[in-house]
Design a protein around this ligand. Structure first.
Ligand SMILES: Nc1nc2c(ncn2[C@@H]2O[C@H](COP(=O)(O)OP(=O)(O)OP(=O)(O)O)[C@@H](O)[C@H]2O)c(=O)[nH]1
Length: 595
């Protein structure tokens, strides 16, 4: 196809504003998928996506559009995720496009994630088509939403904004026309040496690594001798093609096209998203700038449930190829054996990775409590960076500890502002700015990342009746009063239960933890003490009751000799048990995730 007739675009929006529904509607209108194939949310086909109703991975689909000018156009659509944890995917998708549709739900107007995505697009200098969705709903407030868009960008005047219902299809043909008339065609040089951006990849058990590429210059054929420039990895393509959304083989791809390359490479480590693909014989002189690696914010240990570490390792490597935004290094825990310490973009990302390991690779993992990165300055002046609570230095050696703080932009209706600010305060947030954007208030709060890493987002949704939205960026590392909590079960420390908390929260959290552990630690023949220890002192303790009645307590009904025999047996068991460790089920480790 002539480059003039190609448009590469993405749809960006706040979570649930209707991106996937619009993508499905575009595929239906361009007859990319036949009605027989049509099923709601074609693009969100990953099991985790259907379970949570959100897009996790960006997708690519080629559509052919018969425009009003009588010509046929190639529309390469890249669907992007909407959750805060996946901003990284959005930036990756956008770098493969020449423009985007900025979709806003008319019942909610501009939200935090709309603003964040808008800024990412502007950073890439991408032209945007503003679109208001869900105008079919009675609760749609078009006037207010138009005003919000105009506040966001003065170029978004009401006559520029398209009104649609992605659900009924109303107004969607005008969006298809706007893509052609308002977004530019790619401008690569088809005669120049091949230069393509690898913007995504996945691992196929039969074909090896499949790379998704955007051709900037030149042509791609198959088989062709190719090179990944940053990795200096030479290979010969097995086949090439486009996504419709299923893989459709092609004989060639040209500058401006988006497609896939079956590389045949079996080692996932060889391919990095952001790398430049070129011809091995006539390489391009200048590689593309590539991506900045994503910064891990939340860390947790992942261990195989069934001790099958090699299987976990293979799965983690393959999954990392498809989602390079999580990091992993091997670690060993006394309680759990060999596993990985992984870094994630946020707590939701951790949950998604865990579920993908289970859905896509059949691997059940044990996870430890998530933590952030601590910067510890020791009394001897040494500086230590801690990503694993077990390595948190002894309290007697510590001068001070710094932890990451985030700048959280919370966009909320005026009515829930008080509840939202109270919640932020409970989580040690301090208000640094408050401004109005129409009906909405934007509160900017400085808050420790550790406080928002697990449940903050859902609490925020609940105090604001679902209306508040959150966008976070790194603020600074600042000094906090933090302590390490160690947990002993039957007097033996369980390293995987170690965590770091703010000193003021330690009494309440350790109490909650031991109460939780009382019902999850498997009962033994003798009472099992569970202790939470902070700086050498036991802060909280429970005894897990024995499987059988305790002779020492319930001895009345027995004769003296029977009682003595029972006591002897129980203490012998106890002596043995301090050496053997009790096998702990996942529920024990979940207790810590729940508090
Ligand atoms: N009434 C109405 N509902 C819509 C419309 N567009 C989308 N929806 C509904 O809104 C919900 C969210 O739509 P999705 O397309 O999944 O939203 P999304 O933006 O892709 O969500 P994420 O991928 O999670 O960011 C779904 O229940 C849709 O059926 C519309 O035009 N009208």
């Amino acid at each position: 196809m002539n480059q003039r007739n190609i448009r590469n675009f993405a749809i960006i929006a706040h979570i649930d504003h209707g991106k996937s529904t619009l993508a499905d509607q575009i595929m239906a209108l361009t007859k990319t998928v036949s009605t027989r194939e049509q099923r709601a949310q074609l693009l969100d086909d990953m099991a985790v996506e259907q379970a949570h109703g959100v897009t996790v991975k960006a997708r690519t689909v080629r559509n052919y559009y018969q425009a009003e000018d009588g010509q046929e156009y190639e529309y390469n659509l890249i669907d992007t995720p909407g959750h805060v944890d996946f901003n990284y995917e959005v930036a990756k998708s956008l770098s493969a496009t020449e423009g985007a549709i900025l979709l806003v739900d008319a019942t909610q107007g501009v939200q935090a994630q709309t603003i964040a995505n808008y800024r990412i697009a502007k950073k890439h200098h991408l032209p945007l088509i503003p679109v208001l969705n869900k105008v079919d709903l009675a609760s749609a407030d078009i006037e207010a939403a138009l005003a919000g868009l105009h506040d966001l960008d003065s170029a978004f005047t009401p006559d520029q904004v398209l009104l649609i219902s992605a659900k009924t299809g109303q107004g969607v043909p005008a969006v298809l026309e706007a893509i052609r008339t308002r977004l530019p065609a790619p401008t690569g040089d088809a005669a120049a040496p091949l230069k393509a951006l690898v913007f995504d990849s996945l691992y196929d058990p039969y074909q090896g690594v499949i790379a998704y590429v955007r051709l900037i210059d030149g042509q791609l054929k198959s088989p062709q001798a190719l090179n990944l420039m940053a990795a200096d990895c030479h290979f010969t393509s097995k086949s090439i093609g486009v996504m419709t959304p299923n893989m459709l083989p092609q004989t060639s791809l040209h500058a401006g096209d988006v497609g896939y390359v079956v590389t045949g490479i079996k080692d996932p480590k060889q391919i990095r998203v952001g790398d430049t693909l070129t011809s091995a014989e006539t390489p391009t002189s200048q590689p593309l700038p590539g991506y900045e690696p994503a910064k891990s914010m939340v860390f947790a240990g992942l261990y195989p449930q069934n001790n099958d570490f090699p299987a976990l390792k293979a799965a983690v490597q393959k999954l990392n190829l498809n989602d390079p935004s999580f990091t992993f290094v091997e670690e060993r825990s006394e309680a759990l054996g060999v596993g990985f310490r992984c870094g994630f973009l946020g707590a939701f990302h951790l949950q998604i990775i865990r579920e993908r390991l289970q859905d896509e690779y059949g691997i059940d993992v044990l996870t430890t409590a998530p933590n952030v990165t601590y910067h510890v300055t020791l009394k001897n002046g040494q500086h230590v960076v801690v990503n694993n609570p077990v390595q948190f230095p002894a309290f007697s050696l510590i001068e001070h500890v710094e932890e990451p703080f985030m700048k959280a932009e919370i966009t909320t209706p005026d009515a829930s502002l008080n509840a939202v600010l109270k919640l932020a305060e409970q989580h040690k947030g301090t208000l640094i700015d408050l401004s109005n954007n129409g009906e909405l208030v934007v509160a900017v709060v400085k808050i420790p990342l550790s406080e928002i890493a697990s449940h903050f987002f859902s609490e925020l949704k609940s105090v604001s009746h679902g209306f508040a939205s959150l966008n976070t960026t790194f603020y600074d590392n600042e000094v906090s009063d933090l302590v390490k909590v160690e947990v002993d079960i039957n007097y033996a420390p369980v390293d995987a239960l170690t965590f770091v908390v703010h000193r003021e929260d330690a009494p309440q959290m350790t109490q909650q933890l031991v109460i939780g552990l009382k019902s999850t630690v498997p009962r033994q023949l003798y009472p099992t003490p569970v202790q939470a220890i902070v700086e050498g002192k036991v802060l909280a303790r429970v005894d897990v009751p024995p499987l059988r009645k305790n002779a020492a307590v319930n001895g009345d009904k027995h004769s003296v000799s029977k009682k003595a025999a029972l006591l002897r047996r129980q203490s012998a068991n106890k002596r043995r048990a301090t050496k053997n460790t009790i096998k702990l089920p996942q529920s024990v480790f979940n207790t810590i995730l729940g508090i």
